[in-house]
Design a protein around this ligand. Structure first.
Ligand code: SF4
Length: 330
């Protein structure tokens, strides 16, 4: 599969650069690629930098340093005017479809707006195109005169997806697109996104905190912790042989249906530290059952364990060999 997007050494901080201790490192030197027709899941706890990463890719935020390479262009270096054709190619689907849709506009107006902005349709063909978009996302094409509040949460998310599709993007950044929906509706929206991807060869950067959702939709997964990618691999490898203690703990935190499950494997201990004062060395060390002295001093590099299974841990070989007595580390 050919690469459509390459993120290189992206870094983003918030707050004063001069006042020591007031700088929040939201994204800390992350790199990854996205292939045509691929879904890359970006997972981690709240505040790990995954949504900030999505916003930088969409040029809604400017990074401090690093590159976003799309179609041979570094998007971080383009002016607002130069960005316009690229904005069309990279679209977003939001978590809360209701607040993302203008309540005073009909669905027809909402879907016609991006067509006008990017001059993709004329007055005569707008109606046909909007009807086609609604039908593509499983809604009745005749509903275009109705308002957002007349639709259910799942239907509004379908409208949000139709709006993103209107401008014929190559990449969709979906930020927690199903987390506000009921479980049964979540599955319908995930299946819809998969069907559209197969029809159109779209690439998705799919941001979520829910590992079951990530497993359902992703080809590869990047796990983020306090602004850094700590593991990046295929969905199959991640769920069967995690290489990072944080990934292992996230997977162990998924409720197990089997009777007799005693939960003796490592679960995540403690809270995520403040990104204003992340722990030195490996940021995960205060919560890690495998931590040793080196972890408190030296940041582990993201290293390929083989077959493009990237892990940032000094002791990845220990993962999966946990004994409960190790849990007192913190
Ligand atoms: Fe745990 Fe050390 Fe690996 Fe960090 S580097 S995840 S603290 S074992």
């Amino acid at each position: 599969m050919s690469t459509v997007l390459e993120v290189k050494n992206l870094r983003k901080t918030f707050g004063s650069h001069r006042r020591k201790g007031q700088q929040l490192i939201a994204v800390d030197d992350i790199s990854f690629t996205l292939a045509a027709g691929e879904t890359l899941g970006l997972v981690g706890e709240s505040g790990c930098g995954k949504s900030t990463t999505g916003k930088i890719i969409l040029s809604l935020l400017k990074p401090d340093s690093g590159q976003i390479l799309f179609d041979g262009q570094d998007l971080t270096r383009l002016s607002q005017r130069e960005l316009k054709p690229y904005r069309r190619k990279l679209q977003m689907v939001f978590q809360d479809p209701f607040s993302a849709l203008n309540p005073r506009q009909t669905i027809g107006e909402i879907l016609t707006e991006p067509l006008k902005i990017h001059q993709l349709s004329d007055r005569k063909s707008n109606h046909k195109r909007v009807t086609q978009l609604l039908e593509q996302v499983g809604l009745d094409g005749e509903t275009l005169h109705r308002y957002p509040h007349e639709f259910s949460g799942g239907q509004r998310q379908r409208i949000g997806i139709a709006r993103a599709l209107a401008v014929e993007p190559q990449i969709i950044v979906a930020d927690e697109p199903v987390s506000a929906l009921d479980l049964s509706i979540q599955a319908q929206i995930l299946n819809l996104l998969s069907d559209i991807q197969q029809q159109q060869g779209l690439s998705y950067l799919f941001i979520a905190h829910d590992l079951a959702v990530i497993e359902h939709i992703s080809d590869r997964v990047a796990v983020m912790y306090l602004g850094r990618i700590v593991e990046l691999t295929s969905v199959k490898t991640l769920y069967s042989q995690p290489g990072h203690p944080y990934t292992e703990a996230l997977l162990n935190a998924i409720p197990k249906p089997e009777p007799g499950h005693k939960g003796q494997k490592p679960h995540i201990q403690g809270e995520v530290p403040s990104p204003l004062a992340p722990p030195p060395g490996c940021h995960f060390h205060p919560r890690c059952p495998y931590a040793e002295a080196i972890c408190r001093q030296t940041q582990p590099r993201l290293t390929d364990l083989g077959q493009q299974h990237l892990v940032a841990c000094h002791f990845s070989h220990k993962v999966g060999r946990f004994s409960p007595s190790m849990a007192d580390n913190s």
